[in-house]
Design a protein around this ligand. Structure first.
Ligand code: PLP
Length: 387
């Protein structure tokens, strides 16, 4: 077993820090350089050093990230893209053809819904929404022979519904389709869908993987080598790749993923405790609550329950908007998964594109991305905003 293979079998934190890169042979650099180069000198025609010929096809900084995220997801191959949506679009083009069909979550990330509804559909790919928490309804939405992908988020955004990945993989495979899991909300630290039967993991690495709100990126991870070959071809042929600096930032973020996720979870649990007893707050939605309908499944397939918390504010949309505008430690903004806490109103912000469709979210809903600040400061901030 090579040193690299050995590292790929090590514990999560060890893999996060070492997988995908050996200290540079020439200089001993412990961290991969940002290879800001588009092309590579050939030793005679076709004489490539290390397989690199042009940076759309491959770049050493991106290779390091791709190896790292593959090891974290316990997959065989990783692919890094310019954004989560670039990863999704490349995946769909690699695996679907006009006339095919995809099942998507009925509360999918707004950008994912828009991609299927406004872009892929124009090219002849159909889609049907189904609730990921109801395996029977997902199975009923599958069209045998036509459905190529069952696309799942768990937890979903922003309602934090939980899909049973093992059960979803079974019904998907029975129908000859592939199960895609968008693992952005859980991150590979909390959940590894490939080990539960999923075929492809999708990430917006913009969120927890990068973790510092300083880079937009996406990734795909697979374990099957035929799938990997198709993705290698399409990643290069379409060209929506991560640049070397973006890859470097994301790799830097992944090294501390385990530590950050533990604190995100600790703080989210404290915030949930506070919100559940507050008189101005209606339902609190968090998979760690025993009252959450997906709690048991989440407990089985996740290490902990994550940093995302949603809640409904008594008094309707105007009160929900007011809370979002009154916090000071929680920054009003889209996105999630960074070290800083964020607050947003999904109905008017991240999910505005699904207003008026079946995917519309409640207007009194507030979503928190609980950061890694001092928990007492987060609670005091919410207390002020809710008064
Ligand atoms: C943000 C996000 C995406 C899209 O990723 P980008 O990096 O913004 O393109 C996809 N899925 C989920 C769950 C997300 O939160």
């Amino acid at each position: 077993m090579s040193a690299q293979q050995h590292r790929n079998k090590a514990g999560f934190e060890t893999r996060a820090i070492h997988a995908g890169y050996e200290p540079d042979a020439a200089t001993g650099a412990v961290i991969p350089p940002i290879y800001a180069t588009s092309t590579y000198k050939q030793d005679g025609v076709g004489g490539l050093r290390g397989g690199y010929e042009y940076s759309r096809s491959a770049n050493p900084t991106r290779t390091a990230l791709e190896g790292n995220i593959a090891a974290l997801e316990e997959g065989e191959r990783g692919f890094a893209f310019a954004s989560g949506l670039a990863a999704e679009d490349t995946l769909v083009r690699a695996l679907c053809r006009p006339g095919d069909h995809v099942v998507i979550p009925d509360d999918a990330y707004g950008g994912t819904f828009r991609l299927f509804d406004k872009v892929e559909q124009v090219w002849g790919l159909g889609h049907s929404p189904a609730p990921v928490s109801d395996v029977d309804r997902v199975a009923a939405a599958i069209r045998p022979g036509e459905t190529k992908l069952v696309w799942v988020e768990t937890p979903t955004n922003p309602l934090l519904n939980i899909g049973d990945i093992e059960a979803l993989a079974a019904v998907t495979h029975d129908a000859g389709a592939l199960l895609v899991v968008d693992n952005t909300f859980a991150s590979p630290y909390l959940q590894q869908p490939l080990t539960l039967g999923a075929d492809v993991v999708v990430h917006s690495t913009t969120k927890y993987c990068g973790g510092h709100s300083d880079v937009v990126g996406g990734a795909l991870v697979v374990k099957d080598l035929d799938l990997a070959e198709k993705l290698t071809f399409h990643q290069n042929a379409i060209g929506a790749v991560a640049g070397p600096f973006d890859a470097w930032l994301t790799l830097r973020g992944l090294k501390t993923l385990a530590l950050r996720m533990e604190r995100h979870c600790d703080n989210a649990e404290r915030v949930v405790d506070f919100l559940t007893s507050h008189p101005a707050v209606g339902d609190v939605i968090y998979p760690g609550l025993e009252t959450h309908p997906g709690h048991e499944v989440a407990q089985r397939q996740m290490r902990r329950f994550g940093g995302m918390v949603s809640f409904r504010v008594n008094g309707g949309e105007s009160q929900a908007l007011a809370v979002c505008e009154r916090t000071e430690v929680f920054t009003l903004g889209e996105s999630l998964g960074g070290v800083e806490s964020l607050i947003e109103h999904p109905g008017r912000m991240t999910h505005a594109s699904v207003a008026g469709t079946d995917l519309e979210v409640p207007s009194d809903l507030v979503r928190l991305s609980v950061g890694i600040e001092t928990a007492d400061d987060l609670i005091a901030d919410l207390e002020r905003a809710l008064d």
